[in-house]
Design a protein around this ligand. Structure first.
Ligand code: CDT
Length: 300
């Protein structure tokens, strides 16, 4: 069937000294709750194994590399894969990836119900800055610590349909959604770490939840696909991260929303066949797109 229960597992704050084993144990508890609610897949946030480390500046590679995973699964993350296989539930996980060649990526994977990695994505839109900016109350150094993703925006066969991934800042870019939509995605899964305070434009702080919903709802509707956006939330190492985890239908309607800024599971029944409500009508790409007039979008 193309209809299943989808779970989004929001995480509350992860302290800088919280071991991976603790984050994994929290996620397994949420996975069990998701399964008890009938979920076929559970979606975890961006960089779900550690605190959001790009908020600190360092020039010491060893200080940075300790936040990264050199293998997936590793001894510390294997219990997540074992629990998924035992429960027969898929999951999506964001983590910092350090490759054998020494490359650093902000990565997400999709794991199927047997515990096998079915898809991988590396974040393309890296926000923030590269150098230390002492005027900020906290840094946002993704441009320093990560390389731009090199896998494009792939779409995978999973969950009886086509699943795409993006990560946090990617959700604010219509190009992300359209490329995934053109790739046939029927469900887009993503995690985020979004500070409530945006130091370059603090006058927009009160709009953080609105801009999250605006971006995800528009992406879903304009491409006729399901979307789930999952927060790492709450007061983390002196920085407030928004919650607002949501599941959005292809009509753009929010059908489930988190109520807290802590560990919390939300669920919704997803029917992938509902994508046709939009994709066969107002956003029938074959009938109504006019790519000849969109060239400016891909010009550097
Ligand atoms: N993690 C991430 O991409 N966060 C950004 C924060 C705002 S830009 C500094 C986001 O787009 O939510």
């Amino acid at each position: 069937s193309r209809k299943f229960v989808l779970a989004a597992a929001q995480l509350g704050p992860i302290a800088a000294d919280e071991p991976r084993s603790s984050a994994v144990a929290r996620m397994i508890a949420l996975m069990r709750e998701a399964k008890a609610r009938g979920a076929r897949v559970v979606v975890f946030p961006e960089l779900a194994l550690t605190t959001f480390f790009p908020r600190w500046y360092t020039e010491d590679p060893a200080q940075i590399d300790r936040w990264f995973e050199t293998e997936m699964p590793s001894a510390e993350t294997q219990p997540l894969f074992d629990a998924a296989a035992e429960l027969g539930i898929g999951f999506h996980l964001g983590y910092a990836e350090l490759t054998p060649e020494g490359r650093h990526f902000n990565t997400a994977i999709l794991v199927d119900e047997t515990g096998r990695i079915a898809g991988k994505y590396r974040k393309i839109h890296l926000p923030g800055h590269r150098e230390h900016e002492p005027w900020r109350p906290f840094q946002h150094l993704e441009k320093r610590y990560f390389e731009k993703g090199d896998l494009g925006f792939p779409v995978f066969d999973a969950l009886g349909g086509k699943v795409g991934m993006c990560i946090c800042n990617d959700r604010r870019w219509p190009e992300t959604w359209r490329v995934l939509g053109l790739g046939g995605a029927e469900l887009v899964v993503l995690g985020y770490n979004t500070p409530l305070h945006y130091p370059p434009a603090p006058e927009h702080d009160h709009l953080q939840y609105f801009h999250n919903e605006l971006s995800v709802q528009a992406g879903a509707y304009q491409n006729g696909l399901w979307a789930v956006a999952v927060a790492k939330a709450g007061h983390e190492e002196g920085c407030d991260l928004i919650g607002g985890t949501i599941i959005v239908a292809p009509t753009g309607e929010i059908i489930a929303r988190a109520a807290t800024v802590g560990d919390e599971v939300i669920t919704a029944t997803v029917d992938l066949d509902r994508c046709a409500e939009i994709r066969s009508n107002v956003f029938n790409f074959a009938l109504h797109r006019e790519p000849e007039d969109y060239r400016a979008i891909t010009a550097p």
